[in-house]
Design a protein around this ligand. Structure first.
Ligand code: OGA
Ligand code: MN
Length: 294
């Protein structure tokens, strides 16, 4: 395993050497997981994966997440429902009009979030692959929520240690003025609760688990809870905790949704941008982790 690991920021790293089109050995899978424990974001450049290869790679790390597709269904461009279409392209391959249904999802991805934190199980690893990139813009940024916890003053660590937040799938859509949902749609994915402060069962590091899906703090008024969540998210995403990824075609970027938040950056929606994502579900194994989610 002659892999070259290059730090890209205080947390993210680039990995060169493995060929992700080929099956990984158990030892290689463990190596990726160990690197993820340290870095939380890994960039594998120059991996031209087809859909089958991307799915096969992702399955090394656990059962795959369907995200919002289990809710929305509808036409899909890929052979696998488990591949999320992170593009501004419609099912028939055309660049979508600005008022097309899927564009609001593109825009919502530009708010800081952790994938599927609005459901249980939530997402663990996301693996996003660049197929076509726009000529400018469209970077993706990542912030490390472990660094965010470590940097909080002690009084604030004490203030929030036992708090729990509600995460709701449509909160980010409502923020963007996308409110035209039926009651059945609004209730289809009820909010789930996560502790605001979590301990990574693998590394023991503490994590400040915030993001745009968090919309309410249990036991606080809506106003006070939301203000606290906005304040903590602002803290977590200050520049020194952020890695900005400029995409090249063939990049596979893998991140840990339980330890980071991410957001897309603006691009010209009339230009084509095509990425596809496979995502694993978090599997809670240790008794400590089970208690954490209860
Ligand atoms: C995602 C996502 C942001 C982007 O794929 O989960 O949020 O830059 N993507 O496309
Ligand atoms: Mn995302």
């Amino acid at each position: 395993m002659n892999w070259k690991i290059t730090p890209l920021s205080p947390f993210a790293a680039r990995v060169e050497g493995p060929d992700l089109r080929q099956p990984l050995s158990a030892e290689e899978v463990r190596r990726v997981e160990t690197l993820m424990d340290t870095h939380a974001v890994l960039v594998f450049p120059g991996q031209q994966l087809d859909q089958h290869q991307q799915i096969a790679y992702a399955k090394n790390f656990g059962p795959l997440d369907l995200g919002l597709r289990k809710l929305t269904g509808g036409p899909h461009r890929f052979e696998y429902a488990e591949l999320a279409d992170i593009s501004n392209v419609t099912a028939d391959g055309q660049v979508a009009e600005r008022d097309h249904r899927k564009i609001v999802g593109n825009v919502a991805n530009q708010l800081w979030h952790s994938d599927s934190s609005f459901q249980r199980p939530r997402a663990k690893y996301s693996m996003l692959h660049a197929v076509i990139t726009p000529s400018f813009g469209g970077d993706t940024e990542f912030a490390d929520l472990r660094m965010a916890w470590d940097a909080l003053p002690e009084w604030q660590q004490r203030q929030i240690r036992d708090l729990r937040a509600l995460h709701y799938a449509l909160h980010s859509r409502f923020m963007l003025g996308d409110t035209n949902y039926t009651d059945a749609q609004k209730q289809a994915l009820p909010p789930v609760e996560w502790p605001l402060v979590q301990t990574d069962p693998r590394t023991g590091r503490k994590i400040l688990f915030v993001g745009v899906h968090a919309c309410e703090v249990k036991g606080m008024t809506l106003a006070e809870g939301r203000m606290l969540l906005m304040d903590l998210l602002e803290h977590a995403t200050q520049r020194e905790f952020v890695y900005r990824h400029r995409w090249s075609v063939g990049d596979l970027v893998m991140w840990d949704n339980t330890a980071t938040v991410h957001r897309g950056r603006w691009y010209d929606l009339s230009e084509r941008r095509e990425l596809r994502r496979a995502t694993t579900e978090e599997v809670q194994t240790s008794p400590e982790a089970m208690a954490l989610a209860a």
